[in-house]
Design a protein around this ligand. Sequence first.
Ligand SMILES: N=CN[C@@H](CCC(=O)O)C(=O)O
Ligand SMILES: [Zn+2]
Length: 412
Amino acid sequence: MTLLLTNIKELLQVRDQDVLKVSGSGMKILPTIKNAWLLIENDTIADFGSMDNLPELHPDKTIDAAGKIVLPTWCDSHTHLVYAGNREQEFADRINGLSYEEIARRGGGILNSAKTLQNTSENDLYTQSAQRLEEIMKMGTGAVEIKSGYGLTEDAELKMLRVIKKLKQNYDLPIKSTFLGAHAIPQEFKAEPKLYLDLVIEEILPEVARQNLAEYIDIFCEEGYFTVQDTNRLLKAAAKFGLKPKIHVNQFNAIGGIKAGVENNALSVDHLEVLTEEDIKVLQGSETMPVALPSCSLFLSIPYTPARDLLDAGLPLALATDYNPGSTPSGNMNLVVSLACIKMKMLPEEAINAATINAAYAMELSKTHGSITRGKKANFMVTKPIPSYTYLPYSFGSNNIEQVYINGKSII
Ligand SMILES: N=CN[C@@H](CCC(=O)O)C(=O)O
Ligand SMILES: [Zn+2]
């Protein structure tokens, strides 16, 4: 099956195969072709170019994309979209003055979601999660990472990871699975938190690895959750099973989690709402991708990741949603890209790079996804007729996505 798109107003993120991430001032550059064509063969990007040099082709189907922009689908490298129920009562509690941390200390927050998930059947959990996955695909997400971490018992963590595995089997987009057993300390371990980490490291992790249920390891390295020492211990244990770290650090406090991540070869360090100069130095010279989650900052009214400090230090940055029931009940990457521009002072070019090629890097997918590159998977989207790509982040809250293709097939 061959598909040809013609008269594309602008084809974005056109890259050579060897570009796996962009950093610092390089993020300001978004290579495009105006008035372009794009040829898809089966599930692969076969060729593209300017309409001035359209070769004679005989595709099975041709789409006239006049007035429309074509770009790679968003890559969302940080989500918790497998969860049960919602936490809108805590949302109301926060409006009434309680903080996110206070709610968590009272047994709400992650523990609230864990209780609900433990009492939800695997089938029901799958149905709820599949609905969220379909919702984000329709908004343009074409690759996603999903974490466990709302189980907090061996049974419930494995249940979450099996649901992620089933999503992988039933949907065409790449899904990466992360084991986040160390997300919070369950109530019954509050007096002796070390015993919970022992359980995660000695019992749950080996079982997750034995059943081959995760590619990555995660931990919430934060005051009141897990220490830097805990983080080092878990990441070293996970490395023995080949699980690379993608970790929650610096959401509320800078306690040294970034250093621990980099020293343990983290693929990414995520959140970074609070950053020190030392953290930035540690990231320089590393291969670790910093990941910002601006819709979490919006929802919790906490600081935004200081993107300009990272980029001015020559570092790369990726953007993700953090889709979860507590801090970010939204999986909309279009909103994330808008917030990055509006609140983090990222240029549209920087935000689009951060949500495509760099986000693919944060899931080890940038050899196959994240750009319009010959030989990469045909995961791309077509906008409605819009005046320019800057209009995407500018028109925040609007849905500008008309069609989404995964492996060359239209899903809407
Ligand atoms: N901060 C840790 N974990 C999630 C939120 C978890 C929750 O509130 O349910 C996050 O990334 O924001
Ligand atoms: Zn998260």
